[in-house]
Design a protein around this ligand. Structure first.
Ligand code: LRY
Length: 230
């Protein structure tokens, strides 16, 4: 896939809260279609059936992932070779997989080879600079900051703003960086581009009603506490 069309674009991740009231393919398609009509350059979709339905209804590229909860590894995003094959068959032109240096069922190199064999564009979901460098050296097309803040090594960071330092450090090496994760406001998406990101992915702040509602509730609770002087 020619990635030039994705440069400086907004990617909307349409992943409802798992098992929540919006976790239904029709709703994922509606969210994705709305994002497309509003000007998104691509969508990020989880789950084979969701991807199949979205591919039937949209014209923009799909970044496909499968999420799994494994008993013996913290890796969740597209951990198996079969996931890569299934994502391609379902209609994803870009596949993303966890490229962190954690215990995993299948080495990153093997996932990469499978995706290459299937002529997919490859996005590596990383948490650190070292992981991003390794993924870029392997040949991954897009280096995502997706997992910064979500691994043991990167835990404890503020979760309401993106890891601009990581974005800038990866971009400075000349990689195509997908700024993803913890972007809560339009100004933060703009700051990610200014830090050198190739494109920006936003999920929760656009498509997870539960999370957005919680953010507002906690802001209101904070205001109430302050007004009572506690
Ligand atoms: C850590 C992890 O599993 N991230 C997932 C990856 O697909 C999604 O749950 C996120 O919503 C996505 O990365 C977008 O990030 P944010 O929702 O912060 O805009």
């Amino acid at each position: 896939m020619n990635l030039s069309g994705l440069e400086h674009q907004l990617v909307v991740s349409c992943q409802p809260v798992s098992l929540g009231p919006m976790d239904h393919p029709d709703i994922v398609v509606a969210m994705a279609k709305s994002a497309e009509l509003a000007g998104a350059g691509a969508v990020r979709i989880e789950g084979i059936n969701n991807i199949r339905q979205v591919a039937r209804n949209l014209h923009i590229p799909i970044i496909g992932i499968v999420k799994r909860d494994l008993p013996d590894s913290p890796v969740r995003i597209s951990p198996f070779l079969q996931d890569i094959t299934d994502l391609a068959a379902a209609g994803a032109s870009i596949v993303a997989f966890d490229a962190t240096h954690r215990v995993r069922p299948v080495p990153v190199e093997e996932l990469y080879r499978r995706a290459r064999a299937l002529k997919l564009t490859i996005m590596a979901d990383c948490a650190t600079l070292a992981e991003g460098i390794a993924a870029a050296q392997l040949g991954c097309d897009l280096i995502g900051t997706t997992l910064s803040g979500y691994t043991e090594e990167t835990a404890g960071q503020p979760m309401h703003r993106p890891d601009l330092e990581l974005i800038a450090a990866l971009a400075a090496r000349g990689y195509r960086v997908m700024a993803e994760g913890r972007i809560r406001e339009p100004a933060q998406a703009a700051a990610a581009l200014e830090a050198g990101a190739f494109a920006v992915t936003v999920g929760s702040a656009i498509t997870r009603v539960e999370h957005i509602t919680e953010w507002y509730l906690s802001a209101l609770a904070g205001a109430e506490k302050r007004s009572k002087g506690v």
